[in-house]
Design a protein around this ligand. Structure first.
Ligand code: FES
Ligand SMILES: [Fe+2]
Length: 377
């Protein structure tokens, strides 16, 4: 709450979505800048819904692991001895040190503090000098499991034992993009970065392509036409829009050997926002994604990755095409960083007020409705 806004951020958000889309405004400033609202998001959004840990093929061999945080909870995702992906608490059952850091490959998880060692299924394998404590029971000291499922090649995790599985929750998305078969795409690059903006500013930046001509004037802006952007109504768990692309980027078009995609689908770029924080750009030849983790109201940690479809990967010029797309995306990211950090700076202004939304920002309004549906007023 601030002196100009008598409503709590959640109440202001509910008021914001209580109008038809034809009269919609950008979300109130406080939902971006308030620590109180972020705490509500952590509880009702990030600890409640499915989050993405990246692509399943990025943890290819037993022992490959990555670490992440879900609503402040340290989590490790790994491929176990049997080839299954698992997620579990990344906190030791002794005096509660965190265990693994970053990404890598391990044969077992050894705590960096007193060397308690866990198997890849989370069970405690051994603990030095513990036999004289009569309450020590190895079998009772495994790492708590966290739900982990693969959806269309994506590793999805949630702290919520009652969340419907992604195959159910995202069935409509699966159906929409079925001809693209996202499971055959392979991740070829990945990095993480931290930007000085609220996670929702970056999510919303992805949800509209209205900013392409201006924000991306140095890269893809010139080839982006507002008339070629279509923003249909999304669903309860996602929003989306699509753009029809010309041949500026060959990889954005179906490979000549692709006989599944027909008509406009051969040059269609999907922009899928899987609530709350997985943002996927899917084209016939390549994909890229962002998975967002808030770091205070004013910063966001970003997992950014991408790769190619099977048919383009088999092309003799695959490497050159991929390098070109990668270089382009790096430049596009610099532009998006600039725009989203400028927005966050503006949101901190006393004189700032949310303005009306374009018809090209329907997904943004749906995102606001989703947040309001999760967070009580
Ligand atoms: S805290 Fe992990 S072994 Fe002591
Ligand atoms: Fe952008």
């Amino acid at each position: 709450m601030n002196k100009h806004d008598p409503l709590s951020p959640a109440a202001a958000l509910h008021a914001n979505v209580s109008v038809p889309f034809e009269r919609a405004y950008a979300m109130p400033k406080s939902v971006y800048t308030s620590a109180e609202f972020l705490a509500q998001e952590q509880k009702h959004v990030f600890a409640h819904d499915w989050l993405c840990a990246g692509r399943a093929e990025s943890l290819a061999t037993p022992g490959d692991y990555l670490t992440m945080e879900i609503a402040g909870e340290p989590v490790v995702v790994l491929r176990d001895r049997d080839g299954q992906l698992r997620a579990m608490s990344n906190v030791c059952r002794h005096r509660m040190s965190t265990l693994l850091q970053g990404r890598g490959n391990v044969r077992a998880i050894t705590c960096p503090y007193h060397a308690w060692t866990y198997n890849l299924d989370g069970s405690l394998r051994g603990a030095p000098a513990m036999t004289l404590n009569e309450s020590f029971c190895k079998e009772a000291l495994g790492l708590p499991a966290i739900r982990c499922e693969i959806w269309q090649g994506w590793i999805m995790v949630t702290l919520n034992p009652d969340a419907p599985p992604p195959s159910e929750a995202l069935a409509e998305v699966t159906r929409l993009i079925a001809p693209f078969d996202m499971t055959n795409y392979q991740e070829k690059f990945r990095e993480t970065f931290r930007w000085a903006t609220n996670w929702k500013v970056l999510a919303e930046n992805f949800m509209e392509s209205y900013h392409l001509p201006m924000c991306h004037a140095g890269t893809i802006g010139g080839a982006s036409r507002l008339e070629e952007m279509v923003c249909p109504t999304g669903g309860e768990t996602f929003n989306y829009h699509w753009i029809l692309k010309n041949d500026t980027v060959p990889l954005a078009l179906a490979h000549p050997s692709n006989t599944v995609l027909e008509g406009d689908d051969r040059r269609k770029t999907w922009l899928l926002a899987i609530y709350p924080s997985l943002l996927i750009t899917l084209t016939p030849g390549y994909f890229w994604y962002l998975s967002l983790t808030p770091d205070g109201p004013g910063h966001v940690n970003v997992l950014f990755g991408g790769g190619m479809s099977e048919d383009w990967l088999a092309d003799p010029a695959a490497d050159a095409h991929l390098a070109a797309v990668r270089a382009l995306l790096d430049d596009v990211n610099v532009e998006d960083k600039g725009c989203t950090e400028k927005v966050y700076r503006g949101l901190l202004s006393d004189m700032a007020q949310p303005g009306p939304l374009s018809h090209l920002e329907r997904p943004n309004f749906e995102f606001a409705q989703y947040l309001a549906s999760r967070i009580p007023a």
